[in-house]
Design a protein around this ligand. Structure first.
Ligand SMILES: *[C@@H]1O[C@H](CO)[C@@H](O)[C@H](O)[C@H]1NC(C)=O
Ligand SMILES: *[C@@H]1O[C@H](CO)[C@@H](O)[C@H](O)[C@H]1NC(C)=O
Ligand SMILES: *[C@@H]1O[C@H](CO)[C@@H](O)[C@H](O)[C@H]1NC(C)=O
Ligand SMILES: *[C@@H]1O[C@H](CO)[C@@H](O)[C@H](O)[C@H]1NC(C)=O
Ligand SMILES: *[C@@H]1O[C@H](CO)[C@@H](O)[C@H](O)[C@H]1NC(C)=O
Ligand SMILES: *[C@@H]1O[C@H](CO)[C@@H](O)[C@H](O)[C@H]1NC(C)=O
Ligand SMILES: *[C@@H]1O[C@H](CO)[C@@H](O)[C@H](O)[C@H]1NC(C)=O
Length: 772
């Protein structure tokens, strides 16, 4: 069968083809006169129960690591054949796509009703297989505060995904990163609900744009409903959440994205919320998501979250019971059916009319997504388009620009920029100095130069091999002698007279067998300690002891706790997060001042592992517990901690200075909006970009405690030295509101409004306004 399919490839890749059966209702034809829903309905009416249930799952990994077909492929596809995914990240797109196309074609040709797979994949840094552009992770990209640039990146990712036949992505994540120990923060857009909502909106709008034939380009999945405050930062851990907590914190990005876009699907979280696992949480999925938030798309499980009901949470008596509970709660697709898969067991309950109805509704949604995205007409990747699209020059430029705007300058005592003129030397030190650190959903082998340039390789390109040394100094995690050479690093720092240490936490693909054992970040990890793993702190201390000018570069999808002795002695600090394949080049440009830093933290840096959460929008009562008359200012005093951390959300430095004027706020009673006006001026000597941030707080909120401040608008502006610009923000009353018992309310009366360059009090100017 495969041979027949392969022989048809030339024809299939050349042009759009239609394999839809022509034996039935006219609405199955390609004709534009029928909607996706009508076509789905017409097809559904011809399907057997086995065929319907087949659409509710698929084969998540059709290939194995050596680019051959997964040995379980034929078995799984007998019962689960709605969607497919590629499998291992280290297969190269160009190598596997002919085989992938042949399997796609075989499926169209061999299924009775010629129903194609839809290709579903994760999409965090770009493609989940090798050969695409590797963009920074979401936490890095959110730090750019640059939505137009982000839109360009999403367009590039979309075109690369489309070119390999991906019509559906498992993005964007809308989890609110309020638990810094959580290992997947690198995949998220930070700790602020408004910022996440804006990045999520742009993502969905851009991915789901219509093509010239009216098809959705790439369907989106918002996820993980609902997550962010998990106990201990553990991937599947429970979280609590009363109705006000949900609506005012965790659901804020969902509310914003659902008000402004129509994402095709949503994935539930692994979490047990209010003691009910999300894969069986009818209240959250029906009462909240469907009824209150009005979500109309398809609801899917996370990988293995349905069997987890039986095997992990023990809230189901069998796999069959788990499948029934999941279906009844609202799940419509099993993301990565295991062995055995859950949903095929539903066949034994098919005479239950409720079950039958729910299956029909689920399959209808699945087919609608397939019709709406044009997968019936174009089930294969066009290899010519793929060759032109992957790593297109414009995409590489966007990845570079995003890396430059994603790296946050956290400290600079004046050492930087450091142009390294003449014969000046540079010692690159640390276990991250010559590898990449892309994130656990990036198709990158971190020690392989084919995937991008490390800091060391970028430095060599910039200054020549004679002026740059690299000394690892210590292993990422291993504390034994064999891998550590701190004295060598000390010598290298002294010889060069300028040291750049790159330290952090590795977030890497699970397939990277050499490096994976050194991971401490990414999916499946929680950070019990927010300092550096291994002997990295010892290495840093030894270099600082030399007194050689030193820059510290942090890497990892997490905030780090920096020791007082580090903060006081190191000359400059950057956080590069998981910056994509051009991290090394961008760091050299930023160190030398060819590019002026403009990123801002979107996750606050805690002062101590025990002093969390560290988010900027805490409640007023979160800062109590001390006894002022005895000198205890708050519950956060040990050792000398403040509730407001020195490097919070919104904070980041530049090589120039800006002045943001005291805002003027005007209430437009008729439009029910507040207009906030400010002028931002570059008061330094270099061109630069500043993020103007607007925060607010209702002076009193009867019936509900409100955070000390909350972001409501931001805008990034570029200014030449001496140049100034007026920046105005229009803020409808609604955006200043809260949710009380799931109802939106905006308090009238006094509001405090702050405008400035970060969420720190000293970086803000205030104005009061009264809503009437
Ligand atoms: C589909 O299968 C039929 C027979 O099963 C074969 O005649 C036909 O050529 C195949 N078409 C393609 C495109 O593979
Ligand atoms: C459903 O009902 C039909 C007709 O009564 C019967 O033939 C079939 O065996 C039943 N299926 C199941 C799974 O119980
Ligand atoms: C795509 O490029 C690869 C090598 O770069 C080549 O082998 C292949 O034939 C090209 N495919 C198409 C359809 O152009
Ligand atoms: C990753 O790259 C390194 C260095 O090139 C290589 O030794 C290793 O085999 C690669 N790992 C995988 C899984 O491809
Ligand atoms: C390193 O090796 C030396 C010599 O074998 C030993 O004395 C020392 O304790 C070792 N240090 C560590 C940290 O293992
Ligand atoms: C706390 O601050 C005081 C005054 O700055 C300082 O003397 C003391 O060493 C600090 N304590 C710790 C544990 O850092
Ligand atoms: C704004 O209102 C607060 C009370 O919420 C008050 O403490 C503050 O002084 C006022 N600031 C200005 C600039 O009017």
């Amino acid at each position: 069968m495969l041979n027949a399919a392969l022989s048809a490839l030339a024809f299939a890749t050349a042009a759009s083809t239609d394999f839809t059966s022509s034996s039935s209702s006219s609405c199955q034809h390609r004709g534009k006169s029928c909607t996706a829903q009508q076509r789905a309905q017409a097809l559904l009416s011809q399907m057997t129960w086995e065929e319907k249930i087949g659409q509710m799952g698929g084969v998540r990994r059709i290939l194995s690591l050596d680019s051959t077909i997964n040995p379980n492929y034929e078995t799984i596809k007998k019962t689960q054949n709605g969607q497919m995914g590629f499998g291992p990240m280290f297969n190269w797109a160009k190598d596997i796509m002919p085989l992938v196309n042949s399997l796609r074609l075989e499926q169209v040709n061999s299924s009775r009703l010629h129903i194609p797979y839809i290709t579903v994949t994760d999409s965090i840094n770009g493609l989940l297989i090798s050969g695409g552009t590797v963009f920074p992770s979401n936490l890095a990209m959110s730090s750019s505060f640059n939505l137009p640039l982000f839109k360009g990146v999403v367009e590039a990712i979309r075109e690369e995904q489309l070119s390999i036949g991906v019509k559906w992505v498992l993005s964007p994540p809308l989890d609110v990163a309020r638990e810094p120990r959580y290992g997947r923060i690198g995949e998220l857009f930070g700790e602020d609900g408004y910022l996440i909502g804006e990045f999520g909106r742009v993502y969905v709008e851009t991915m789901e744009e219509k093509d010239e034939n009216g098809y959705t380009k790439v369907a989106c999945t918002i996820k993980h409903f609902v997550y962010g405050d998990a106990r201990g930062g553990v991937n599947t851990a429970c979280q609590y959440g009363g109705i006000n907590h949900l609506f005012n914190d965790q659901l804020r990005p969902y509310i914003h994205v659902l008000e402004t876009t129509s994402p095709a699907s949503l994935m539930v979280s692994y979490a047990t919320v209010d003691l009910v696992p999300m894969s069986a949480n009818e209240y959250m999925l029906q009462d909240i998501l469907r009824d209150k938030l009005g979500f109309k798309g398809l609801i899917m499980s996370d990988a293995f979250s349905i069997p987890n009901l039986y095997t992990q949470s023990k809230t189901a008596t069998s796999l069959e019971d788990a499948a029934l509970q999941a279906l009844n709660a609202g799940l419509q697709m099993e993301l990565a059916p295991g062995n055995p898969p859950a949903f095929p067991t539903l066949i034994s309950s098919i005479n239950d009319t409720r079950v039958a109805k729910l299956i029909d509704a689920a399959v209808l949604k699945m087919l609608e997504i397939k019709y709406a995205s044009g997968v019936f007409e174009q089930p294969l990747a066009n290899l010519n388009v793929m060759n032109k699209t992957l790593r297109a020059a414009a995409h590489l430029d966007l990845a570079r620009q995003m890396a430059r705007e994603s790296i946050v300058l956290l400290k600079n005592d004046g050492l930087l920029p450091y142009p390294l003129k003449g014969t000046g030397k540079l010692a690159i030190i640390g276990p991250f100095g010559d590898i990449l650190n892309p994130g656990s959903y990036a198709a990158v082998n971190v020690s392989n130069a084919r995937y991008g340039s490390s800091l060391y390789r970028s430095a060599v390109s910039a200054f020549g091999v004679d002026r740059v040394t690299f000394t690892q100094g210590c292993d990422i995690v291993d504390t034994t002698n064999a891998t550590n050479s701190i004295p060598d690093a000390v010598t290298a720092a002294k010889e060069a007279g300028f040291a750049v240490l790159m330290l952090g936490s590795l977030s890497d693909a699970p397939e990277d067998m050499t490096m994976a054992p050194k991971r401490t970040d990414g999916e499946f990890f929680a950070h019990a300690d927010l300092g550096f793993p291994g002997l990295q702190q010892e290495l840093l201390d030894a270099i600082l002891d030399t007194g050689v000018p030193t820059v510290l570069i942090l890497t990892g999808g997490q905030p780090f706790v920096l020791q007082q002795s580090t903060l006081s002695r190191v000359n400059a600090i950057f956080h590069s997060f998981l910056g994509g394949e051009f991290t090394g080049d961008a760091l050299i440009e930023l160190l030398t001042g060819r590019v002026n830093p403009s990123a801002k933290l979107t996750i606050s840096m805690p002062q101590h592992t025990g002093a969390i959460p560290a988010m900027y929008d805490y409640l007023p009562s979160d800062d109590q517990g001390g006894w002022a008359s005895l000198g205890y200012q708050s519950a956060w005093q040990f050792p000398n901690l403040t509730r407001t951390v020195p490097m919070p959300f919104g904070f980041g430095l530049s090589y120039t200075t800006f002045d943001i004027s005291t805002p003027i706020a005007t209430v437009q009673e008729k439009n029910k909006a507040v207009v906030v006006a400010t002028t931002v001026r570059n008061t330094g000597t270099r061109k630069g970009k500043e993020v103007v941030q607007v925060y607010f707080r209702p002076a009193t909120t009867r019936g509900l405690e409100f955070p000390v401040k909350r972001l409501v608008r931001f805008e990034k502006v570029e200014l030449a030295p001496g140049e100034s610009r007026d920046v105005n923000f229009n803020i409808p009353y609604k955006d200043l509101g809260v949710w009380i018992n799931a109802k939106p309310t905006t308090f009238m009366g006094l509001y405090n409004i702050w405008v400035g360059s970060s969420s720190r009090e000293e970086d803000l100017r205030m104005v009061n306004v009264t809503l009437v």
